[in-house]
Design a protein around this ligand. Structure first.
Ligand code: FES
Length: 301
């Protein structure tokens, strides 16, 4: 009963943040500023997104500052005077690690809109306040004000609990950072999608495997098909720029090879699902034999 009430209260609270459009002018301006250098530099987008790692970088990096800072508080509570120097070092380590962590988070946030952008804005603002508290804690400790340093760190830890919960909501409830095709089923049987004569060479065309949108293209006389929904934030890839056997996402410029869906440039971190294609009696058919996975099973199709 109690857990149900807590759950409902938290849902109401997050719903309020998601609907607070008053945040939009500032949040949209900040996102536009961030997108300028990101749009201009593929290496920067790749690095901050975690493209090489195959998963978003931010959730990995947060472990270092949070772990360091909570370790410092643990020493404050249990270590006594002998552990003060170690606690100060841990707070400093957390502050240093907070820089790349915040940059990767800002990168992820720049690519969301609406409710996700508002929640992310509050998440980031809270984290910046927490970083300020830990910076104050570090200076206090360096000036031998151990009690003040511990109190500021305690305040930072409490705030991190709130912002961490908001970050969890973004990932687990709103799906930010999740491959947008993760729940797409695909037909293991051959499906007719288009007549051969309807497909124009080098023109990416939207077809459907059941309800799943698929990008179909013929280039150099060969047929290729990959999932049309960009794994990053779900853009329709068939509207992107096609050249040299690659499609560039129309929203944030991730680049994918159409022959196998391979991701070549971020901010996406996941490749596109590729389909097998063949022609039978003038009809183009496709199928995708997937790894068995319960979340890719669509009972309705
Ligand atoms: S939706 Fe962001 S790169 Fe495609």
């Amino acid at each position: 009963m109690l857990s149900w009430r807590i759950n409902r209260t938290l849902d109401a609270l997050i719903g309020r943040i998601e609907r607070t459009t008053a945040l939009d002018p500032v949040a949209d301006k900040a996102a536009a500023l961030l997108l300028k250098p990101l749009d201009a530099s593929t290496p920067l987008r790749n690095a901050l997104s975690g493209t090489a790692a195959g998963h978003p970088l931010h959730p990995v990096l947060v472990v270092v500052p949070i772990g360091s800072w909570l370790g410092a508080s643990y020493l404050d509570l249990t270590g006594g005077p002998a552990a003060r120097a170690a606690a100060t070092k841990l707070v400093g380590l957390g502050l240093a690690a907070a820089v790349p962590t915040a940059l990767s988070g800002a990168n992820d946030w720049a690519y969301v809109r609406g409710a996700e952008r508002r929640v992310g804005f509050v998440h980031a603002a809270g984290n910046y306040v927490a970083i300020g508290l830990y910076a104050g804690s570090w200076f206090a400790r360096r000036r031998q004000h151990a009690a003040l340093g511990a109190a500021l760190a305690g305040g930072g830890a409490a705030l991190l609990g709130v912002t961490g919960w908001l970050g969890g909501h973004l990932s687990y409830a709103r799906g930010v950072g999740v491959d947008t095709t993760a729940f797409d089923g695909a037909s293991a049987d051959w499906v007719d999608v288009l007549r051969e004569e309807e497909l124009v060479e080098d023109q990416p065309t939207l077809v459907r495997d059941g309800r799943v949108p698929v990008l179909l293209v013929r280039t150099g006389g060969k047929l290729y098909a990959i999932a049309d929904r960009c794994t990053h934030r779900g853009a329709p890839l068939h509207e992107g720029e096609f050249a040299d056997g690659c499609i560039v996402c129309p929203w944030h410029y991730s680049k994918f090879r159409v022959s196998d869906g391979q991701l070549l440039a971020g901010p996406a971190t996941r490749s596109q699902q590729a389909y097998e294609v063949r022609t039978r009696y003038g009809s183009i058919q496709l199928r995708h034999v997937d790894e068995p996975g319960s979340l890719r099973t669509d009972p309705v199709r």
